[in-house]
Design a protein around this ligand. Structure first.
Ligand code: HEC
Length: 439
């Protein structure tokens, strides 16, 4: 693990208890992601059935019926996305901000991408009849919307994932480098597959519902055939998770793995296996009604999702714990400095005795350099221990650098030139080279 960048947090109290925020984020995220899943899965299934519909008219009708649900899911997905986003901002301020800043361009691109995806979805939905003679074009519009729906969660997921690994922040420059984290792609596959599984489960109920006039809508499909079809979609996707799930687990960086997490995952997996058994029975021997078996399947998969969502939270909390501590320490230090300065200002004192006693070099260092350099940890710039090794006995060299810094280390940003009086340059150079324990 690399060094942890630990900026200070915004020293404001949380508006409610942390426990409340933790529960809120798990719950709000769950209902948001449920509709994201239905939107994404619905959009993918629409395209798949519309393509089949070129040979089988019933499949085209089916695609159109599914498309009608996608715009509803997408509206709910977006509105319900505001909740988790707000809680993230309050509860994971520094982490979330850092990840957003590091993936900046891609993160902002979410807005035009989502806008385009929505407009295309409506265009697709409302041109079904008009473009009946140009089916290829119509399918292409739907496929483009689906492709955008696939990209947006990928950006979100990469961002949220990057947030968990502060030790990688210093080596990430933009979205593409954030993808290098080993668990990003498995996490994404796991999510897309889960979306298809949930959509299958939803469509089983949607087309199997009592009032659905299947005989009037379709030529051949009846409610039972539809239910069976979506049971196999749900079954296939859930089965695939037995592959993507372990792939994700074994690519997760070890920092956040705990027994609590493993137990959560095992509980989730057990329930998924129950669902797989029930869905298999639904496919080979569909029940007469959408009854007990469906309810049991839906309950089992809901349980899986809740366990996985809670596991996700546990992982995040333990992955962030070391940096949380570092940030808390840094924030406390910051608050102390601010408080002391405020008290001095109130009392009309410019320097405390202790500060007056500090050398001019130390004063320059504290007020300017310490924003980026610490004694033995990497901040924005290298630690003093490293600097001292380079410039021991050579304050002039150090001064020359500070006046006109070069670009030396590929994995650091450029240091800005710092303007000081000649006496200050000399003083800070002497101070930096004399910090105890640095060489
Ligand atoms: C805004 C952040 C920032 C501030 C403020 C800053 N530095 Fe730096 N410093 C850096 C970075 C980043 C590097 C690494 C640059 C590189 O390797 O290209 C660096 C590198 C250095 C080095 C190493 C040069 C070398 O040859 O390896 C020295 C010495 C140094 N800084 C001294 C200072 C002193 C003294 C001050 C205060 C007067 C100061 N820095 C203020 C960011 C900063």
């Amino acid at each position: 693990m690399g060094p942890l960048p630990a900026p200070h947090d915004i020293p404001l109290p949380l508006p409610v208890s942390p426990l409340f925020l933790e529960l809120a984020i798990v719950f709000l995220f769950l209902i948001h992601i449920l509709f994201v899943a239905l939107m994404l899965g619905g959009s993918l299934l629409t395209v798949a059935f519309e393509i089949r519909g070129r040979r089988r008219p019933d499949c085209d009708v089916l695609a159109r019926e599914i498309a009608a649900t996608v715009t509803v899911s997408k509206s709910l997905a977006v509105v319900l996305g505001v909740g988790p986003l707000l809680v993230m901002n309050v509860f994971y301020t520094v982490f979330f901000y850092s990840a957003n800043a590091l993936t900046g361009a891609a993160w902002l691109a979410v807005i035009p991408l989502v806008t385009a995806a929505f407009l295309l979805t409506y265009l697709h939905k409302y041109t079904w009849d008009r473009l009946a003679g140009a089916k290829g074009l119509h399918i292409a519009i739907g496929a483009l919307a689906s492709a955008l729906f696939l990209v947006v969660p990928f950006v979100f997921l990469t961002n949220i994932n990057l947030m968990l690994f502060p030790d990688r922040w210093t080596s990430v420059h933009g979205f593409l480098t954030a993808l290098v984290l080993p668990n990003v792609v498995p996490r994404y596959l796991h999510f897309v597959t889960a979306s298809v599984a949930l959509t299958g489960l939803f469509l089983m109920a949607y087309f199997g519902r009592a009032g659905f006039p299947a005989e009037e809508v379709f030529r051949e499909f009846d409610r039972r055939a539809l239910r069976r079809r979506f049971a196999s979609v749900a079954l296939g996707a859930t089965g695939l998770q037995l592959l993507f799930g372990p792939l994700l687990f074994f690519t997760l960086p070890a920092v956040g793995i705990s027994w609590a997490l493993i137990l959560n995952i095992l509980a989730g997996v057990s329930l998924a296996i129950v669902a797989i058994v029930l869905l298999t029975r639904e496919v080979v021997a569909p029940g007469a009604r959408l009854g007990v078996r469906y309810l049991a399947t839906a309950t089992a998969l809901t349980g899986t999702v809740v366990f996985m969502a809670y596991g996700r939270h546990l992982y995040r909390e333990s992955a962030l714990a070391p940096q949380r501590t570092a940030i808390a320490a840094r924030t406390a230090e910051f608050e102390e400095t601010v408080l002391a300065a405020q008290m001095r200002a109130k009392a009309g004192i410019r320097h405390t005795k202790a500060e007056a006693a500090t050398s001019p070099g130390e004063q320059v260092f504290r007020s300017i350099c310490s924003a980026c350099h610490a004694r033995d940890t990497r901040l924005v710039g290298p630690p003093l221990t490293e600097i001292d090794r380079i410039y021991k006995g050579n304050p002039a060299g150090l001064i020359a650098w500070v006046k006109a810094p070069g670009k030396k280390r590929p994995d650091y940003p450029q240091m800005p030139a710092i303007k000081l009086t000649p006496a200050q340059y000399q003083a800070v150079a002497e101070f930096v080279l004399a910090v105890p324990g640095t060489s």
